[in-house]
Design a protein around this ligand. Structure first.
Ligand code: R5P
Length: 291
């Protein structure tokens, strides 16, 4: 069966790289708008009897991209594609994973139900907090893959004798695992979140920060407050350099500048979301997961 990789609005570069690595034909979705603002979508090729890898990263504009993804996947199926695999390098709407307050929308389950238009979904480091597997919300086949390998390779190549810090317990799966993989020291800290813009993280006295090359690793940089809390304390304790790394770089509300102002030496993310920090390529990791 012939494979076609289709790049959605936010993922053209990444999808093109993936197609090259998978030796598949590449095309991007033709996306336009009707005068009233509705999205117009057209497939670049005939997809009958083909295996389609649709790459759609859901930031920026998650709501628009959700519609684009549903329309594109459904169109592929209607026009006879044999299989549609949705690769969502960054999958949005995972954080509202329960009804925190009465009458709230439980978004992660609804998002997963809407994406059943594909046959399978592959996600890079999804933000799973109160659920442990994507299969708890997806009825279609789902696969979680990790960017740890490429993050680790970057650190090994670029940062001398690093000390890796994970800002909170959940970051264990990135910070601690990457540190073990490349055999460097690490510490996972404890975070208390008061609101989406107010968090507290404590660096204890026992943490040997002075003159070290600190690497803070998390899955997402959103408002940047988690990183900023650690940056400030590491600075106070005399860190030599502070590199902030994450899989997904959202940088809401000017987070990049705020982090630099707080004292980040370097900010590096993967290209699950394309921006000026996305220096680490995940196309190889995705290609491996498709074989
Ligand atoms: C939380 O559990 C996540 O792993 C991240 O630490 C969090 O989403 C980062 O958000 P922000 O950049 O807004 O602090």
């Amino acid at each position: 069966m012939k494979t076609i990789v289709l790049g959605g609005t936010n993922s053209k570069e990444l999808a093109r790289k993936l197609a090259r690595k998978s030796k598949a034909k590449y095309g991007h979705l033709i996306v336009d708008h009707f005068p009233d603002g509705e999205r117009y979508i057209r497939l670049p090729f005939d997809v009958k009897d083909k295996k389609i890898i649709l790459v759609e990263s859901m930031f920026p504009n998650p709501d628009l991209i959700m519609i684009e993804t549903i329309f594109a996947a459904r169109t592929c199926k209607e026009l006879g594609a044999k299989q549609v695999i949705l690769v969502a390098p960054y999958l949005a709407y995972l954080r509202q994973d329960k009804r925190f307050h009465p009458r709230e929308c439980w978004s992660n389950r609804i998002m997963a139900a809407l994406l059943t238009c594909a046959d399978k979904i592959i996600v890079i480091d999804p933000h799973l907090q109160r659920i442990s597997k994507l299969s708890e919300i997806f009825r279609i086949s789902s696969k979680r893959i990790s960017a740890n390998k490429v993050l680790g390779e970057y650190i090994k190549k670029n940062i001398k004798n690093p000390l890796i810090l994970g800002p909170d317990l959940e970051s264990f799966q990135w910070a601690q695992k990457i540190a073990d993989m490349i055999r460097v020291q690490s510490t996972v800290l404890r975070k208390k979140r008061y609101t989406s813009r107010h968090v507290k993280i404590k660096l204890k006295n026992g943490h040997e920060i002075k003159n070290r090359n600190i690497v803070i690793i998390d899955d997402i940089i959103s408002s940047g407050h988690t990183m900023i809390e650690v940056i400030k304390q590491a600075r106070k304790k005399g860190a030599k350099t502070i590199t902030c790394m994450a899989v997904h770089g959202i940088f809401a509300e000017n987070a990049y500048n705020k982090m630099k102002k707080a004292g980040a030496t370097r900010i590096i993310t993967t290209n699950t979301i394309q921006n000026k920090t996305s220096k680490i390529d995940v196309s190889g990791v995705i290609a491996e997961s498709l074989t």
